[in-house]
Design a protein around this ligand. Sequence first.
Ligand code: NAD
Length: 278
Amino acid sequence: MDDFTDRVALVTGAARGQGRSHAVALAERGADLVICDRCEDSAAVAYPLGTEAELAETAKLVEATGRRCLAVRADTADRAAMDALVARAESEFGRIDIAVANAGVAAGAPIHEVPGGQWDEVIGTNLTGVFNTIAAVAAGMAERGYGRIVTISSMLGRGAAPGQAAYCASKWGVIGMTKSVALELAGRGVTANVVAPGNISTPMVHNDALYRMVRPDLDAPTREDVEPVLMSLHAQPVPFLEPVEVTRAVLFLAAEASAHITGTVMPVDAGAAARVTA
Ligand code: NAD
């Protein structure tokens, strides 16, 4: 079930965090990897994004499994860059069988204070970036009659939170887009599914800006200060899950044997999904 021997997988936002976990796990199970990351901070995001050194480290971890890795600095919000990346991958590796549209950013503010740049960045990366990734791989997958598309939404893709209008809009959008793709490609051997994580222990969550957003009542909140609030978003009494827990869902949906699972949303969120209807 977990055998990805000689499959070629694209993982976006793979310099660190969940993307790195997905890339290394796929390689450990036999896949060659195409990984990308923007490797640049954004003026609209209040914490540092992945770096070139981190992307190179992911590539090293993939290659240490004995698999090949094409690592490219590319911004998923840039359609031409994603088309070029996929064209290069198809020329060097022959095809892309699996695409994990993982790259994302978090930024928030009360709706009347959201700067235009913040809205554009969150929608540009989290929604348009996922569109660009799928659009770049879909034609080749449909033509070859095989593909596994896994997009990463969030528990906020089926819920809401104050100060998170752009993030929620982007993550709800990912679900609608992925379901549409599932229907479009249903007759072509290509599945498209969503994973919706809860709070995952990565640099997106463990940074001062997010801690301050979660605990605006404190000057310099610590991890211990934010834990009770973040735990309340889950149903099970845990504030954070580990990236590898999300990877388990990605591997399941990316597997050849999951051929007839498409258009679904799989939460990995310590029970938060039990509170929503969809
Ligand atoms: P992370 O910040 O550790 O990693 C995200 C990576 O994506 C970074 O290396 C970053 O440089 C890269 N990236 C950002 N914008 C990009 C772009 N436009 N093009 C290419 N690369 C880009 O965060 P993470 O927790 O690993 O996040 C992975 C995904 O999971 C994201 O889509 C995020 O929204 C989602 N998610 C995270 C959590 C959480 O609690 N951490 C919860 C729900 C959903």
